[in-house]
Ligand binder design. Structure first.
Ligand code: ZN
Length: 97
């Protein structure tokens, strides 16, 4: 069900952006409909993320992790290991020198 909401949210945002870029307000009087579309899309996207993700922190659920470097790759010195200090989610980053 939430997969559908995400899809609908993406479609809403897309329609809003297309309406903005197409400048349909020069032809038709659409008032703030593009912004309303984008806003509805963003809100439903946030709601679906908050409802489907399991992270404790609400910020982590919408993808705003607080990553901190915890380790470096043992075999590869260019590999940095980061961990979110709120939810513990890790990620690996390759850095070129
Ligand atoms: Zn996190």
């Amino acid at each position: 069900m939430f997969f559908k909401i995400k899809f609908v949210a993406a479609v809403f945002i897309l329609i809003g952006v297309v309406l903005l870029l197409a400048e349909v307000d020069e032809t038709f009087n659409v008032y703030n409909i593009p912004y309303v579309f984008i806003l509805i899309g963003l809100i439903s996207l946030l709601v679906s993320l908050l409802a489907t993700r399991k992270e404790k922190s609400l910020l982590c659920r919408i993808g705003l992790h607080k990553f901190e470097q915890v380790d470096r790759g043992r075999e590869m010195p260019a590999l940095f290991i980061y961990k979110c200090n709120r939810c513990g989610q890790g990620k690996k980053v390759m850095k070129a020198f």
